[in-house]
Design a binder for this molecule. Structure first.
Ligand SMILES: *[C@@H]1O[C@H](CO)[C@@H](O)[C@H](O)[C@H]1NC(C)=O
Ligand SMILES: *[C@@H]1O[C@H](CO)[C@@H](O)[C@H](O)[C@H]1NC(C)=O
Length: 822
């Protein structure tokens, strides 16, 4: 919902601008003789920023503010945010003591600059081209006060965020209460000085997010990079601790806003896009949520089991840990005498633990640091403080190590974790050698790439939301033109017994699904779209129409839709046999036995036909993006039908070929380039399809797969067996009835071709069908699969460590992954 309230924000400002349309725009400065009345807007000299009155709460509350003079606008500063005027009599003027003051018609003061000693000088105020409102000494020209030193919820180029230690000035951002109320909300964004400076988001007084400490180059996980439309600089010394950014050229603007729900969002506007495009966001992901894994654990965003204890530690409560409740964290394995813990494990590219109990020494060398740590029984880890130039300084942690994760910015900062001899041995066992390091390298690459995805959806939603408003009245006439049956909500309620729980047959990424029966006796499945997947009415209908036109015997048919107030529903034909996963992953006594090879084979062929249609033959050329066993439904004759096709396209995702903001998908099925780069193409569907074949053949789920001899997932296992010529071992033992072994082996080989690491190596769908269909086809030898193992990377896996290093750098920010379990 947060994103939407934010959208509402934009919409609201449209109103503000319109209501301001008649007013006069004054010059950029004013003094005692020319106050700023409600009917006046002050413009910076270059016209980029305006200062004037804003109204909220349906024009019941009035504020003095500064905003970007563009559409859609963006408020960057509010003076009297906690103390609104209730009429339009406001005036900004200069008091005889030299302070800027905001009064109403009755002379009551609502806000002032509150300076003590400015009475003696002649002053004037000016709105600078940077958006900074300054109070100047007319003689020296020095600033007595500036709005940049008292930020609201946003920063703009040139503004410093952080500390002036000389005067104890802490420039931080405070979120708004709501998009309609600039009063102080719950969140603060600023720089904390404890330990080493780091960027922190607080909710009240508790930390929600921290970047990791300043290491001489970056703020932990937040890169200061210069390949962007803006340059970031930080000044960290004994006098000042701040960062700021500047735009590289004049054709774009950047504003960073602390949203009502505590996210810092960077919005970029360039002349081409004419809108504010989210560019980067923190917290980046779940692992950025402060202390997500509790103490002494590491958070891995790409693992389904997010948290792992550090070496030498075990879960405080195994029970909790087993059910993915991580917050309890980990503790030392056995109460080892501290003298036994004389070794250190190098953990590369980790976010430095939080400064709970710690020591900082800016001059010690790493060797001295190590020696000092060894001497102190409570010392659990150490690291260099700074990585720029010759690494230097010493950080020591005494006690728990909290909020650690692999980071995306690799600066050679290594955390040395204190461990015992036996930990060392288990760490360097033959299988696990260098495991940690490689996980770290790989994971940080993953994280980096994951987060380098654009906010297209958001933008799209933004657009759609606007469209929705304008299309409301044309709703009635539109309905008639729609070829697709529109179901009345009453019909649907009746059919589904008012969406009763007993009629609920599933919950997909886009909302719950209900079974229903129309009065005609026809059975239907009703997908009730989650609010978050809403888009503009017009677009919704267009998309539904397009999807309805996609007809193929291996696709679930869309019968129509239902639009009721804010609700959107899709009506599908009902599939009596449910989804494929309940068959292939069913237990011994279960339906899995029903799936004899013939049936499995025809399901594979059916899915590939459906997919070929989506990829090649349909007019839309749909990429499914979430192909998996639970999205393959079976009709009464066990014919497979792909469901949720077109959903990704229509309900919230951006175009088919480019990068996406949100990696929506299911672990175990997602192609590496999609998970890592956010790049998806038909070849990512092919990857998922390959996984699906292997699952159908083996009766095992890729990401649940465990083998006593190795850590490979199903893909790795299949590949290994195939290399050893033992692919038949993969075949589901429950597939009792005899089967043509060559056909099964061919399917396995085609599957392995589909799951190859590089998208370009994977066949396309028509080729896949050809290979599956033609008995005599000579198949190429598959190369190494992507995501060979979900869990551990071993030393030989250098490809993963090497190839997936970040290779694009346009944008870095949060990526959330929708995981659907079954
Ligand atoms: C704006 O309002 C002030 C005070 O209400 C009034 O004196 C002034 O004439 C108005 N200016 C314009 C341009 O309407
Ligand atoms: C933010 O800054 C204000 C004003 O300098 C200060 O009073 C407040 O304590 C700061 N908040 C945090 C959480 O640092």
């Amino acid at each position: 919902m947060g994103r939407f309230s934010y959208v509402a924000n934009f919409y609201f400002f449209l109103v503000v601008i319109l209501s301001c349309a008649e007013i006069m725009v004054a010059i950029d400065s004013f003094d005692v003789s020319r106050p700023v009345y409600h009917n006046v807007t002050l413009s910076s000299e270059d016209g980029k920023f305006l200062l004037g009155f804003l109204d909220y709460g349906g024009s019941t509350r009035f504020y003095l503010g500064i905003w970007y003079n563009v559409f859609p606008t963006q408020v960057i500063w509010v003076a009297n945010k906690d103390n609104p005027l209730n009429d339009t009599s406001g005036v900004l003027t200069i008091r005889n003591d030299g302070n800027l003051v905001l009064r109403n018609g009755g002379g009551r003061e609502f806000w002032s600059t509150n300076l003590q000693n400015s009475a003696s000088v002649s002053v004037s105020a000016q709105l600078l081209d940077t958006g900074n409102l300054v109070l100047k000494d007319n003689n020296g020209g020095s600033f007595l006060w500036q709005s940049f030193d008292h930020p609201s919820h946003a920063t703009v180029a040139g503004m410093k965020l952080g500390w002036d230690l000389r005067i104890g000035l802490d420039r931080n951002l405070t979120s708004w209460k709501s998009s309609d109320d600039p009063a102080a909300g719950e969140y603060t964004y600023g720089i904390a000085l404890e330990g080493l400076p780091q960027i922190v988001i607080w909710r009240g007084s508790s930390i929600q997010y921290r970047s990791g400490p300043w290491n001489g180059v970056n703020f932990g996980n937040v890169p200061l990079r210069n390949d962007l439309p803006y340059t970031l600089t930080a000044v960290i010394n004994d006098i000042e601790v701040y960062y700021q950014y500047h735009m590289v050229n004049n054709s774009s603007d950047l504003v960073s806003v602390l949203t009502n729900n505590g996210e810092l969002r960077l919005l970029l506007r360039d002349n081409d896009s004419q809108t504010w495009r989210p560019y980067y966001e923190i917290p980046e992901d779940e692992c950025s949520s402060y202390g997500y894994c509790g103490p002494n654990a590491i958070c891995y965003i790409t693992f389904a089991e997010r948290c792992r204890c550090m070496t030498g530690y075990k879960p405080k409560s195994q029970q909790q840990w087993d059910i993915s409740v991580w917050s309890g964290g980990c503790e030392l394995k056995e109460q080892t005498n501290c003298t036994e813990r004389q070794h250190f494990l190098e953990m590369k590219d980790m976010k430095m633990p939080e400064f709970l109990q710690y020591l900082v020494n800016k001059s010690m060398s790493l060797e001295e640091c190590r020696a000092a740590c060894l001497k102190d029984c409570s010392c659990t880890a150490y690291a260099n403080a700074y990585v720029s130039g010759q690494p230097s300084g010493c950080l020591r942690w005494l006690g728990d190590l909290t909020d650690v994760r692999p980071i995306l910015v690799k600066e050679n900062q290594t955390l040395f974790l204190r461990i015992s001899e036996s930990d060392l041995v288990s760490e360097s066992g033959p299988k696990n050698k260098n495991k940690i390091t490689i996980i770290v390298v790989t994971m940080s690459a993953l994280v980096c790439l994951l987060s380098a995805v654009l906010f297209f959806i958001w933008r799209r939603k933004l657009r759609n939301k606007g469209g929705e408003h304008s299309s409301e009245e044309s709703q009635e006439t539109e309905k008639e033109n729609l070829e697709l049956p529109l179901f009345n909500i009453i019909t649907i309620r009746e059919a589904t017994q008012c969406f009763s729980d007993s009629n609920k047959i599933g919950e997909g990424g886009f909302g719950p699904v209900y079974k229903g029966k129309l009065q005609t006796g026809q059975e239907i499945a009703v997908k009730r779209l989650a609010e978050s997947s809403y888009q503009g009415l017009e677009e919704f209908k267009n998309e539904v129409l397009l999807i309805a036109k996609l007809q193929h015997r291996n696709l679930v048919r869309l019968l129509g839709c239902c639009i009721h107030a804010e609700e959107r529903m899709l009506i599908y034909e009902y599939m009596p046999n449910g989804s494929l996963d309940s068959f292939i992953f069913g237990g011994f006594n279960h339906s899995r036995r029903l799936l004899v090879w013939r049936r499995r084979y025809s399901i594979i062929i059916g899915i590939s036909r459906g997919l070929l249609y989506l990829h090649r033959d349909s007019r839309l050329r749909i990429i499914h993006r979430d192909l998996k066993a639970s999205n393959v439904l079976l009709d009464s004759e066990m014919n497979p039908k792909i469901s949720d096709f077109g959903m990704a396209r229509s309900f919230g995702e951006e175009q088919l070929t480019t990068r996406t903001l949100k990696v929506v998908g299911t672990y175990g099925y997602m192609a590496p380039e999609y998970v890592i780069d956010g790049i998806y193409s038909m070849k990512s569907d092919i990857f998922s399809f390959g996984v699906l074949i292997l699952e159908i053949v083996s009766g095992k789920q890729n990401n649940q797969f465990r083998h006593p001899d190795h850590d490979f997932n199903l893909l790795g296992h299949a590949w290994q067996l195939s290399l050893e010529g033992k692919a038949t071992e993969l075949i589901d033992p429950l597939m009792a009835v005899s089967f043509p072994i060559s056909e099964v082996l061919r399917c396995i080989q085609v599957a392995l071709l589909c799951v190859q690491l590089r998208p370009e190596d994977r066949p396309d769908m028509s080729h896949v069908l050809q290979m599956l269909d033609t008995e005599s086809a000579v198949l190429p030898q598959p190369k190494r699969p992507g995501f060979f193992t979900e869990r551990y990377f071993d030393e030989t896996d250098s490809l993963l460590a090497g190839r997936w290093t970040p290779n694009h750098s346009t944008s870095t920010h949060s990526t959330s992954t929708t995981i659907e379990g079954r």
